[in-house]
Design a protein around this ligand. Structure first.
Ligand SMILES: [Zn+2]
Length: 193
């Protein structure tokens, strides 16, 4: 699957929205990716995760790990494709942790999965938590879309993005839409076809 094919899955699902958005990272953007418009469709999710699984198959992954909430679905489906465990971290007192009896044993090979990466903050948090508290080996990170505007390397195994979309993001003080007095868009109100 090439870049265009992956982005087409997002377009067809109406997951690519136009407006004036406040992103989770705190930045502003004229484009928003509503990943759950895609993730609600098991067939699309399967297709995307299959590609991640195929890419990392030779790395002998023992467990696939995502960050709640999007990462739960991706970890499950990618793990299913690889025939291994799929687990997730979720926030406990603000920090991403393994809960619910999940564990990663010494020497296990961990593949991280993430949906849309803008700053990569949650993947970095997963890596920090693994390095601090688990003696595992991180084989890499598979992500659906890199929207950071540059190549990403998390510095723990290979970073692999199914697609890249170059969309300018702004700090609030530099945002042209803010300067023009355009209100923040309520998500889902406008769509790019
Ligand atoms: Zn703005």
């Amino acid at each position: 699957m090439n870049n265009e094919k992956v982005l087409n899955i997002f377009r067809k699902a109406n997951a690519l929205l136009a407006g004036h958005f406040l992103l989770t990272s705190g930045k502003h953007s004229a484009i928003y990716l509503e990943k759950f418009a895609v993730l609600q469709d098991p067939k699309s999710t399967e297709k995307l995760c299959k590609q991640i699984a195929k890419h990392f198959k030779a790395k002998k992954v023992d467990v696939v790990l995502g960050a709640a909430i999007g990462g739960i679905i991706l970890a499950y489906e990618t793990a299913k494709q690889l025939g291994v465990r799929g687990i997730f971290m979720e926030r406990e007192e603000g920090k991403l942790k393994l809960r619910r009896g999940f564990d990663i044993k010494e020497g296990e090979r961990v593949l991280l999965v993430e949906d849309i990466v803008t700053t990569g903050g949650s993947v970095m948090e997963l890596i920090e938590e693994l390095k601090a508290n688990y003696k595992c080996e991180i084989v890499g990170t598979g992500l659906l879309i890199n929207r950071s505007g540059k190549d990403i390397d998390f510095g723990a195994g290979e970073t692999y993005a199914l697609a890249r979309i170059d969309v300018t993001t702004y700090e609030e003080k530099d945002c042209p839409e803010c300067k023009a007095g355009v209100p923040i868009t309520k998500r889902g109100s406008k769509r790019i076809k």
